[in-house]
Design a protein around this ligand. Structure first.
Ligand code: XBP
Ligand code: MG
Length: 247
């Protein structure tokens, strides 16, 4: 029976609705600015998300378009730098919303003395300003990005770094993720993982999750279970104790 001491959050798709109308748009602007004939539409972007990290995603895509490995990675690096500038500008223009219930959940956790951290594959250039704007400067004890942890999910390194920073055993913490690849990173770090799906990740394989829900806010439905709930401190404490939802 482990008591909840910390919650570690993913950013993209979990705390923030950032993919469809954020990262995807910035990638497309970078393609256009470079004079390239590519445009990732809403549907096409879903399968690309299984490759974490913008630069790796671009490299994979360019190889699929026929570039050789060296050309693809050089072009991906240039495109990624431009995309990052564009996405950071979107953040500064307050175009990216927190997922409903996310701000309230973080506040509730901190009010109850549960520590909070972030574990993301995203770039520090936009992660810090985004979290500051949406959650305030003191919402998280630690924020780990690709700047500190270059090994991207599903590698568990970013979750292990967060646990080491928090100095909390994995048994006393829970991760909140939106995707199968993110969940696998959390599980490989020894964490329990609550999955909050979104339109891109619904239907992925979440075997091993402590629970799968469709929303963070009250009235979110538990997917694959007859129970209705909301993601709050009580649910997270319960999951941390090793309780499982009937499926
Ligand atoms: C999210 C990502 C990120 C973003 C793009 O994965 O893979 O790469 O899509 O951000 P997760 P960057 O939510 O599992 O952390 O362009 O900064 O890589
Ligand atoms: Mg994510």
């Amino acid at each position: 029976m482990a008591d909840l001491q910390a919650v570690i959050f993913d950013v993209d798709g979990t705390l923030v609705d950032s993919e469809r109308d954020g990262h995807r748009v910035a990638f497309n602007e970078a393609f256009a600015a470079a004079g390239l004939p590519y445009h990732w539409d809403v549907e096409q972007y879903g399968p690309l998300l299984t490759t974490t990290g913008g630069q790796r995603r671009l490299t994979r895509f360019l190889v699929e378009q026929g570039y050789d490995d060296q050309e693809a990675s050089a072009l991906a690096e240039t495109l990624q730098a431009d995309k990052t500038r564009r996405f950071a500008a979107m953040v500064r223009s307050d175009l990216l919303p927190a997922r409903p219930g996310a701000v309230e959940l973080v506040e509730e956790l901190r009010a109850e003395g549960v520590r909070t951290a972030v574990a993301t594959t995203g770039s520090a250039d936009w992660v810090h300003p985004l979290l500051d704007r949406l959650f305030g400067p003191d919402a998280f004890d630690f924020i780990f990005t690709r700047a500190q942890v270059p090994a991207l999910k599903p590698d568990p390194a970013v979750y292990l770094a967060a646990l080491a920073g928090l100095q909390v055993p994995a048994d006393n913490a829970i991760a909140i993720e939106d995707s199968s690849v993110g969940m696998r990173a959390a599980l490989a770090a020894g964490l329990r993982c609550l999955v909050v799906t979104n339109a891109y990740t619904r239907g992925q394989d979440f075997t091993g999750a402590a629970a799968v829900v469709s929303e963070l806010r009250a009235s979110g439905e538990l997917v694959g279970s007859g129970l209705a709930s909301q993601v709050d401190v009580a649910l997270l404490r319960w999951l941390c104790r090793g309780e499982r939802l009937a499926s």
